[in-house]
Ligand binder design. Sequence first.
Ligand code: FNR
Length: 429
Amino acid sequence: MEPGSKNFSRERQSDIYIGGVSGKKPAVPVSFDQLKQAAKKKLSKEAFAYVAGGAGRESTISRNRCGFQRWSIVPRMLRGVSDLDTSISLFGHSYPVPFLLAPIGALDLFHPDADEEVAQSAAAAGVPMIFSSQASVPMEQCAEVMGASPRWFQLYWSTSNELVESFVRRAEKCGCQAIVLTLDTTMLGWRTRDLDLAYLPFLHARGIAQYTSDPVFKKLMDEYKDKDPERDRSITFSTIRSLFLMARYYPGSTLKNLFSEEPIRAVRTFIRTYSRPSLTWEDLSFLRDLTDLPVLLKGILHPEDARKVIEYNMDGIIVSNHGGRQVDGAISAIEALPAVVDEVDGTVPVLFDSGIRSGSDMFKALALGAEAVLLGRPYVYGLTLAGRQGVSEVIRNFRADLELNMGLSGINSVSNINRKYLQYSQLHN
Ligand code: FNR
């Protein structure tokens, strides 16, 4: 199936149904709920909690879902929809589908080849992958397997501007087409599942590959060398196990790492530098001056913040509540979307993220004015179950599902999806 195919959904359906005649089933479940349940069976409890969990009582995760249920699609008939065009154009680049793979950190919890596996699938489909600051594989390694296919880079603003600059330069060098600055994670949300398990991947040297592969970060590791007093720590079986795992996940030979202080120093340097809660709108000029790449701000939910994105010369908005992982009780992203779209009124593109579980969810976000959406947890479950094939199937299924919803609603191109195809109702709570 070609990335630019105009009959993608019907080809995908035929592949599956014809495969079924000879007893072949899809590599991963098509429905989101089954995909998630199957992945849960395969994952450690720590890994599953990390991906599935949210902040506090996880009410925002539920709101992200019921927010979608309040909107209904009202299909139109007899519109001649044999050729369906899902392509879009953003910042002068055209993409075959109106979705990108969301930046997701610590992917080695889900597959040993982590980001590299996702990069292969994204490249095969021509879908942009947003490399995470918390990736398990350095961006250069992912870019190398992607050839000329599109990628973006997501930035967490560190306490060191020198490190910020280094990340941005590396992203530019490896062909990223945009920078996504995530605003909503200047501190970690109160993630109850992870807290109950006392587990945060980064403290086990997982999800810090962008840092450990960075020359500025290595310099910071040296600078902090003597500043970290050894904390009182009782040595238990778990400590030894953690040190062993840290040595295993840190770059280089496990044996050498076991006898080196480097992995622990890297983790400590990461904790000191990873994020800057003091960040304000004024700081953005540093990033603006640093790069000519489009900069999008991820985590916008309030229309007044959307206005500021324009005032501060940024290039795009990603309406997101980080999949309900940050502020419990926050507004659902889909509820926040229309007011943000109205506020910016086409000045900058608005993308949507948080809660996409089907093609029809994508359709609704596009109808409410998003130019594209981010696909998050579903592809992580695909990765868990079947590596790159799993991610590829998830991408294909979402594409086919969206395309069918377009065609069956009487729309032949993404640019024609609009609010007239939706109806709001209070019926579902
Ligand atoms: C994330 N997300 C995230 N966002 C980001 O900007 N940088 C990151 O490193 C991560 N890491 C991360 C890890 C995991 C396990 C999850 C589930 C999420 C947030 C992500 O980009 C996106 O906003 C959410 O996944 C959207 O929610 P849904 O649609 O996946 O529920």
